[in-house]
Design a protein around this ligand. Structure first.
Ligand SMILES: [Zn+2]
Ligand SMILES: [Zn+2]
Length: 456
């Protein structure tokens, strides 16, 4: 069996992995780098060379896992493409949104390469996606198969990260390979903890997002929700509003569900603002509320919370009214997004607050602002220049990713022969490697060098 890490660096970038069995070739995930542009934002598809893929399997619809799928499908027109039904539904919305973002960037960056794909091409490739059920083995031709089939098969398991997210079990050449995708082993407010196979595994491909983050002592989601509620109350007492930068898919819906619980428990009630894309994805959460595993299955977010919807135009006129929560994307406060534009309007005013609730790349505007102290000069948007931080900044731990302790516990329980560590920045991957080497001395722990073929 051969494996190549198609991500260009050891980081959380454009995630993509090539796997070759004795008779089949496939790619797991095909992401877009959240920060880089042009060719650099793509996985290193050249490392696949002239080899024809049989299948492309997508773990979930976050941009760093699905964002450049239309390009790989253009180059590998014969490959079949598999994902869960919610991933297909959300992926289609997000890829079309990505076309709009790239079309805008075409002028901003002055690059004729953009958009990397069009709305029409996106519609065409979506027709070739096959939706698959959870806990059902399929051959790479897309037929249902039994778990003991002699052919190469794959099977999706609920990864508990966002709606539709999966871990992928591959059975090939008499061995079992498990790719965690992005995973959470704990319940969130909507998502239920991952439910993976109890089968023994030979090779584990594991994400490491939180590998360099120690779990805060005494942390529990319930106590963190309480702290969040209290902080909102205090922020309103300051006479300001609160910006919560969130990803449109996943974090927005988790935050809305928490705000719903505050209303239900009558602790707090206040107007909420979200973005147009977040609203579209929340609608998919609502339509699928009673299908599949989740918490609060009767909660329809849009119906219950009636959030006001802002877009790229109305964000400029939106009032920064006291006693309101603005849960706006993007989570990393990328330039020109709603959260970035809104942050510029409140960052230098002490009555307002910004609450961070999830992962942000340390070099992104959200990462920079999160680590800023009162009085620091920060540049949120290069076109605007530096601003002095005066607003109240707080951080909360509502990650959609497994803690490093739970990843280690999972790997230890499986005790596979080999572990490949992926989807982590260098310090995260290194911490995980050191820990696994000492906890599992019989296991070969590998940090796959990008672009280099490994014989497994
Ligand atoms: Zn993800
Ligand atoms: Zn990811």
């Amino acid at each position: 069996m051969k494996f190549t890490n198609l991500t260009r660096r050891t980081e959380i970038g454009a995630n993509s992995y090539y796997l070759e069995t004795s008779d089949r070739r496939l790619v797991l995930d095909c992401g877009m780098h959240p920060k880089l542009v042009g060719e650099e934002a793509l996985p290193n598809m050249n490392a696949v060379g002239g080899r024809r893929l049989d299948a492309i399997i997508i773990s979930h619809a976050h941009q760093d896992h699905i964002g450049t799928l239309p390009i790989l499908m253009r180059r590998q027109a014969q490959a079949r493409v598999f994902m869960t039904e919610p991933t297909a539904e959300i992926g289609s919305v997000l890829l079309h949104n990505s076309v709009n973002v790239m079309t805008r960037q075409r002028e901003e960056l002055g690059t004729t390469l953009y958009p990397l794909f069009t709305h029409r091409e996106t519609d065409r490739v979506i027709e070739r996606w096959q939706s698959c059920a959870l806990r059902q083995a399929y051959t790479l031709s897309g037929e249902r198969a039994s778990a003991d089939s002699s052919e190469t098969t794959f099977e999706f398991y609920d990864a508990g990260h966002v709606l539709g997210s999966t871990g992928v079990l591959l059975r090939a050449d008499g061995r079992r390979v498990f790719y965690t995708g992005d995973v959470n082993f704990d319940d969130q407010t909507i998502a239920q903890a991952a439910l993976f196979s109890a089968e023994s595994i030979d090779i584990l491909i594991m994400e490491c997002t939180r590998g360099d983050t120690q779990a805060p002592p005494g942390w529990s989601r319930a106590s963190e929700e309480k702290r969040f509620t209290q902080a909102i109350e205090n922020a309103f007492t300051r006479g300001g509003c609160i910006l919560v930068p969130v990803f449109a898919f996943g974090k927005t819906q988790e935050v809305l569900a928490m705000l719903y619980k505050m209303r239900r428990e009558k602790t707090l009630d206040f107007p909420i603002y979200i973005g147009g894309l977040s609203s579209k994805i929340s609608q998919i959460y609502d339509e699928r509320a009673q299908m599949g595993r989740r918490q609060l299955p009767r909660l329809e977010l849009l119906d219950e919370l009636r959030p006001y919807v802002l877009n790229a135009d109305s964000i400029h006129e939106a009032q920064t009214r006291p006693g309101r929560v603005y849960a706006l994307s993007s989570g990393m406060m990328t330039s020109k997004t709603l959260s970035n534009t809104f942050a510029q309007r409140i960052v230098d005013q002490s009555r307002h607050s910004i609450f961070f609730v999830g992962y942000a790349d340390p070099e992104s505007p959200a990462g920079i602002l999160r680590n800023a102290r009162a009085g620091d000069e920060v540049t949120i948007d290069p076109d605007r220049g530096p601003q002095r931080v005066q607003c109240n900044i707080e951080q909360f731990q509502f990650s959609a990713h497994a803690s490093r302790e739970s990843l280690i516990a999972f790997a230890t329980r499986l005790a596979p022969k080999k572990i490949l560590l992926v989807h982590g920045d260098l310090p995260a991957v290194e911490w995980m490697r050191a820990r696994l080497v000492s906890d599992l001395p019989k296991c070969e722990v590998i940090v796959p060098t990008p672009g280099v073929e490994l014989e497994l």
